[in-house]
Design a protein around this ligand. Structure first.
Ligand code: UD1
Length: 384
């Protein structure tokens, strides 16, 4: 029996972990045993527990309850907690997801005590180290033993950083000095395919918010680079306000707790009041996964600074406007289905106009065939 430990902590990781957990409990039952460690990075009910419930992920075996903090302090506490559990239980490998502080903490704790690290969503790069996530993912990749990239671009990025080309090398034994890299598709796409029908049945997000399918925009804003910088957050919010005032369209914003907290600050009083008065804009608490599926599937387009939500827009064949200066998902921009608008009010507005008039977009397969988690489990059994 292969004994793996899994680290989750932030909202998107809980979602990603659901895909592997589902495989472990079904196809790989009796072959792989999974133990889940929740770092406690996200702790609000609607940032964490709701996903375990909806996606039927087993309750974490351990919760470190680390909570919020500066990067150094949050990560350090996690490393200490994870190391202790790894030393005690000696799993065959540790799975980490994505690029959060929880990912980095897992990578450091396990690699230093020679427990193989499996990084899911490896190889992605924004080439912008002002993002903490970029630092987390580079460091995590370079101490991992098995790296699973959701896209071809991710695989190529790893080659460029000196990783041996596993598809060509013929190597079959891997360790952190000789890591294996694989292009396997995206576990989030697995989940979207698996849960879409269930979500449509169970979520009442459209009715609850009085939304008409095809006539609203889904918006998420949570990145510190936007929320913690008035010169960026203000023009983004002004663009949203102006688009709804000038166009016959509604917007729904499930807001991350930090974004909401920021809007309470004095410098945002004017624009926050304008948004609250605007009856075409609905600000709601962070949405559950099922609600996000239904909102994404039925939106006219999606405006976001989230990596995951950009991808989900593509899964649902919706155009997206990216509120960042760059993206790790460059395929969706090259396909003409996403526009990088940064925090530029005019760019956001003109991207909206452009997509409003465009009816002929195509969404070729970029994120695999919905079987990424199965591929990863097979490889882990074969190679660890
Ligand atoms: C983290 C990840 C980011 C990911 C995002 C998804 C890092 C560096 N960033 O960002 O890659 O896209 O999660 O949401 O790991 N807060 C609450 N309740 C919660 C969680 C957070 O109120 O349940 C507030 C706290 O004020 C906290 C702030 O949000 O200080 C930031 O939380 P943090 O865990 O540091 O990272 P995120 O910004 O959520």
């Amino acid at each position: 029996m292969l004994k793996i430990f899994t680290i989750v902590g932030a909202r998107p990781q809980i979602i990603k972990a659901a895909a592997i957990s589902r495989q472990v409990r079904t196809i790989f039952k009796g072959k792989i045993e999974e133990v889940i460690i929740h770092t406690g990075q996200h702790y609000d009910e609607n940032m964490s527990q709701v996903f375990f419930d909806e996606m039927e992920i087993p309750k974490p075996d351990f919760n470190l309850n680390i909570g919020s903090g500066t990067h150094g302090s949050q990560t350090a506490k996690m490393i200490e907690g994870i190391e202790k559990l790894l030393l005690e239980h000696k799993p065959d490998a540790l799975i980490i997801y994505g690029d959060t502080n929880s990912t980095l903490a897992g990578a450091i704790a396990a690699s230093k005590i020679h427990i193989p690290v499996v990084h899911i969503e490896a190889g992605l790069r924004s080439y912008n180290k002002a993002m903490p996530e970029e630092i987390n993912r580079i460091l995590a990749d370079h101490v991992s033993t098995l790296l699973f990239s959701p896209t071809k671009t991710g695989y190529t990025n790893l080659l460029r950083e000196g990783f041996e080309d596993t598809e060509k090398s013929g190597r079959t034994k891997f360790d952190k000095d000789h890591p294996g890299i694989f292009h396997c598709g995206d576990v989030m796409y697995d989940n979207t395919l698996f849960f879409a029908e269930m979500a449509e049945k169970k979520s009442a997000a459209l009715q609850q918010n009085n939304l008409t399918a095809g006539n609203f925009v889904l918006v998420t804003i949570h990145r510190p680079s936007n929320t913690d910088n008035q010169a960026r957050l203000t023009p983004i919010l002004e663009a949203l306000n102006e688009i709804t005032n000038e166009q016959n369209v509604e917007m729904i914003l499930p807001l991350h707790p930090r974004t909401l907290k920021m809007l309470g600050n004095a410098e945002y009083t004017g624009i926050y009041e304008a948004l609250k008065k605007n009856n075409r804009i609905k600000i709601i608490p962070p949405a559950s996964f099922f609600d996000m599926i239904v909102l994404g599937k039925n939106a006219k387009l999606i405006i976001t600074d989230s990596g995951g939500v950009q991808k989900e827009a593509y899964f649902f064949k919706k155009p997206s406007i990216v509120l960042r200066p760059e993206t790790e998902w460059k395929e969706i921009v090259e396909n003409g289905t996403a526009i990088i608008a940064d925090a530029d009010k005019q760019k956001i507005k003109s991207a909206y106009h452009y997509f409003s008039l465009k009816n002929d977009m195509s969404f070729p397969e970029v994120f695999g065939d919905g079987k990424a988690a199965e591929f990863i489990c097979k490889k882990m059994l074969e190679l660890l």
